[in-house]
Write a protein that binds this ligand. Structure first.
Ligand SMILES: C[S@@+](CC[C@H](N)C(=O)[O-])C[C@H]1O[C@@H](n2cnc3c(N)ncnc32)[C@H](O)[C@@H]1O
Length: 390
């Protein structure tokens, strides 16, 4: 049998006017009778959407849900091509948006519009966050100016269906305030609370209010893999518990002090602690860590300093928080790729000076440097593990 014969078969489809196709497709998906193994086919000003299963009352149901479609539907047997079995989510989104574009009355340059579609996004539970620039190009803005609210709403629905999620947001630049407030714009969905599971750790937070960096996933796993049994640990920039929760759940710390200034992040942290059943081993210190760290002097075996671009302003406080016998610091920093080696040397020198100034006689050693991710074309987000010992 030739390839072409394998990909073509005779099948049942519902023929509807192009402009109703996104709405009808959503209804077919909801009723579980959309046949996504076959490709929709445009026939003049109509679209044939493949269906299977029980469609006895489909025509009446559609007329009830979309009164304007009355009399313009037929169910027919047609020859349709098989969908490529290996459509990536981005390809599926493009194919479905192409159908949506065909259904619009307003003329549009489909090829250009489709060429701007996002190729990557952030998946947070049942929500997808599109990159900042998505659907903001002048061609898309010009098209939206001719679309009704319903049509735009349908587009967000088409994207959600393609990516198999219920809610859609668009990233806005993370604000430069110290709280790193998230400015996600919710395109589809009522509220921004998301819950996700990462390496056995549950996280929950409002994506429209706080940031979550999926790019730090390897570092979250690495920190969670370090055995901290019996240790008292400080997380000086705890956020929703990006590192605090893996340390509590996986590294098995005895007690964790989480410093955090943003009440929205603390809401997530409290939720995560309950969900992971670690609340008993967690103390949250709300407020500016310039003050809260000062109350934790000589208490800890380890201090985690997870803030970018630099945590240098609290290095002295962090060293003072370690027990008299010393301990560990995990220092996050953005560093130019070609300056990483000299930055490590400088950092150790600075820590040695601070150590002497606070009256400690410790040996300060750089034990490991982790390159977490590219922050910008020449700058890396790195983490330096520093050991302080008598
Ligand atoms: C970058 S976020 C933490 C992100 C997380 N560590 C990560 O890498 O994904 C930094 C957190 O530090 C908190 N923060 C910033 N300055 C602070 C301060 N002076 N005292 C306490 N928390 C602070 C912010 O509110 C934010 O939740």
């Amino acid at each position: 049998m030739s390839d072409s014969k394998q990909t073509i078969s005779s099948n049942v489809a519902i023929l509807i006017p192009l402009e109703f196709s996104p709405k009808v497709k959503q209804i077919l998906i909801r009723k579980n009778i959309y046949n996504d193994e076959l490709r929709p086919k445009r026939i003049s000003q109509k679209l044939a959407l493949p269906i299977d299963g029980d469609f006895d009352t489909l025509t009446e149901d559609l007329c009830r849900e979309i009164p304007d479609i009355l009399g313009d539907i037929s169910i027919e047997e047609l020859v349709l091509e098989k969908n490529s079995p290996k459509l990536t989510p981005a390809q599926l989104m493009s194919a479905n948006i192409s159908i949506w574009l065909d259904g619009l009355k307003h003329q549009n340059n489909k090829q250009i519009l489709l060429s701007y579609l996002p190729q990557k996004w952030e998946l947070l539970g049942d929500m997808v966050l599109l990159p900042t620039i998505s659907f903001k190009q002048k061609e898309w803005l010009e098209l939206f100016s001719h679309c009704s609210e319903t049509e735009i709403y349908e587009l967000w629905g088409v994207i959600c269906d393609s990516l198999n999620v219920n809610r859609l947001g668009r990233q806005q630049p993370i604000s430069d305030d110290i709280m790193r407030t998230s400015q996600v714009e919710l395109l589809l969905g009522q509220e921004g609370w998301v819950e996700l599971l990462d390496h056995g750790v549950h996280f929950g937070f409002d994506a429209t209010k706080v940031m979550y960096s999926s790019g730090n996933v390897t570092e979250r796993h690495r920190i969670g893999n370090i055995n901290m049994e019996g240790e008292v640990v400080i997380d000086a920039f705890a956020g929703i518990g990006y590192y605090s929760l893996p340390m509590l759940v996986r590294s098995n710390v005895k007690h964790l002090h989480a410093c955090e200034i943003n009440t929205n992040s603390i809401e997530g942290l409290i939720w995560g602690a309950k969900r992971n059943e670690v609340s008993q081993r967690l103390t949250i210190h709300e407020g500016d860590n310039n003050i809260t760290l000062a109350n934790l002097k000589n208490t800890s075996d380890r201090c985690h300093l997870g803030i970018l671009p630099s945590s240098e302003r609290v290095w002295s406080l962090a060293l003072e928080c370690l027990k008299s016998e010393g301990g560990w610091l995990h220092i996050h920093m953005n560093v130019a790729e070609d300056k990483i080696a000299s930055w490590v040397e400088d950092t150790i020198t600075k820590l040695e000076i601070i150590t002497r100034n606070i009256g400690r006689q410790w040996k300060i050693e750089a034990k490991h440097l982790e390159k977490v991710k590219w922050y910008s074309p020449h700058t890396r987000h790195v983490v330096l593990d520093v050991h302080c010992s008598e």
